[in-house]
Design a protein around this ligand. Structure first.
Ligand code: NAD
Length: 430
């Protein structure tokens, strides 16, 4: 029996404002479309999502109270294959944000040359104050609500901010219960015991490390001794920090959503992870200098890895950035205004749709393994991912050189060109 229905408090910000993150994504598309001279009709198709679903659904909290949550699943473009994209749990999730993230997934899959379209999902919620049982009930109900759009041949979710292998296990189990058979290929980023792949947990961070290594070699920067600062210390940030440290880099700064740390002589990536796991944040960490998550971006360093959320490098701080290379672990961390400033300053920005593609590439391998019921060893996963990252990096670099463009513009030209070609050969139905 329902005792009380209350709604989540975060305001719905789905209106497309000038400053919205979706607007940023559309402006990036527009620039590429202008340069490629694509047909206006094709631009109109690409500038809005193919399909979007908003669901409002109840979840019984541990207290017995029922709360109503809002969730989304957006498929931006499916010309290249089934939808692919993560699921985010965060208080700031809006339809606007999910739309932008879905569009970026279309470009990311195209840059990597993997047979997917772009999709994304999210639930507006406060996962940090919810119990595991509450998160499980939320996940199972959200999975049920969006199940009409999901499937191994339709749309395949994966983890994103505040979701992980356990979330994917609940999601996969829910869809499997509905269908009466185990459907491992419905999500990626699953635990190994139910058809996950070796190498997926660290894949995005590993890809960021490879992108940083390629970028460093391009500007003649030795990785050994290069100073690295990482904003966001979750799945992407931690593995990027740790793997870059293994390459000889010095981790001089890290930040989570509450606070940041700086040490000229270097921080220990694993010790920081352990501290954050135990204490929830870096807030009480002592013995090194403290910086805010924003100040972290402006630290003296060689390589900056934004690995938190969108809109962190803006016109307000781009000029103060001292790094020589920015490798975008996060999706959409740089605004178009900031991009222009960074380009003028000669800072090499490896764009998100290239830099953090390691995750979706290994997700693709997981899906392939699920479909074939045949599993690869870790070396195979890492080698194949590395070869796709290195090839994509070289293709983007070559196009940037030919066009005299930034890596972001080149990556967008490559991606949009590939998607437009897939749309052209498929034609307009009917
Ligand atoms: P996560 O939930 O594991 O970690 C997010 C981290 O960012 C946490 O440490 C959090 O404290 C921090 N954070 C949040 N807001 C912040 C702020 N304002 N300033 C500083 N730190 C902040 O999430 P994740 O999976 O590591 O994802 C991080 C980013 O990488 C997101 O943009 C996500 O879309 C992108 N991404 C993730 C994957 C993946 O495989 N997980 C793949 C590609 C891209």
């Amino acid at each position: 029996m329902l005792e009380k229905v209350s709604t989540t408090t975060t305001a719905d910000k789905t209106v497309l404002e000038d400053t919205s993150v979706y607007e940023t994504a559309v402006r990036q598309l527009q620039a590429a479309a202008d340069k490629l001279g694509i047909d206006e009709g094709v631009y109109q198709i690409l500038s809005r999502p193919k399909r979007e679903l908003t669901v409002n659904f109840p979840v019984e909290m541990d207290s017995g109270e029922v709360q109503v949550f809002t969730g989304y699943r957006v498929q931006h473009n499916l010309a290249g294959g089934p939808g692919k994209g993560g699921i985010r749990y965060h208080p700031d999730v809006t339809l606007d944000e999910v739309r932008a993230l879905a569009m970026w997934m279309t470009w990311k899959c195209a840059v990597a040359g993997i047979p997917y379209g772009g999709a994304k999902g999210g639930v507006t919620c406060q996962p940090k104050v919810m119990s595991n049982r509450e998160l499980e009930r939320l996940t199972r109900r959200y999975a049920t609500e969006i199940s009409i759009m999901i499937g191994p041949d339709q749309d395949i979710p994966a983890p994103d901010i505040n979701t992980n292998a356990q979330t994917m296990a609940w999601f996969m189990d829910t869809i499997s219960m509905h269908r009466g058979i185990t459907v491992p290929g419905v999500v990626t980023g699953k635990p190994l015991s139910i058809g996950g792949t070796l190498g997926r947990v660290e894949a995005t961070g590993r890809g960021v490390m490879i992108a940083a290594r390629e970028a460093a070699s391009q500007i003649g920067l030795a990785l050994d001794g290069a100073r690295v600062a990482v904003q966001g210390y979750g799945n992407v940030g931690y593995y990027a920090a740790r793997l870059l440290a293994e390459q000889g880099c010095t981790l001089v700064g890290v930040a989570d959503s509450t606070s940041g740390l700086y040490s000229e002589t270097g921080l220990d990536a694993d010790a920081l992870r352990q501290y954050k796991d135990t204490n929830g944040s870096f807030a009480g960490y002592t013995g090194v200098d403290r910086v805010s998550p924003q100040e972290l971006l402006e630290l003296p360093c060689d390589i900056l890895v934004p690995a938190a959320i969108e809109g962190q490098v803006t016109a307000a701080n781009a000029d103060k950035i001292k790094a020589r290379i920015i490798v975008e672990g996060a999706n959409g961390p740089t605004t178009p205004e900031a991009d222009a400033i960074l380009y003028d300053k000669g800072i090499l920005v490896v764009p998100d749709i290239l830099a953090n593609a390691g995750g979706v590439v290994v997700s693709y391998f997981e899906w392939v393994q699920n479909i074939q019921h045949y599993f690869w060893d870790l070396d195979e996963v890492n080698q194949q991912m590395e070869s796709i990252m290195v090839r994509s990096f070289a293709e983007v670099t070559e196009l940037a050189r030919e066009e005299g463009a930034s890596m972001r513009d080149a990556a967008m030209l490559l991606a949009v060109g590939r998607v437009v070609e897939a749309m052209r050969v498929r034609g307009v139905y009917p």
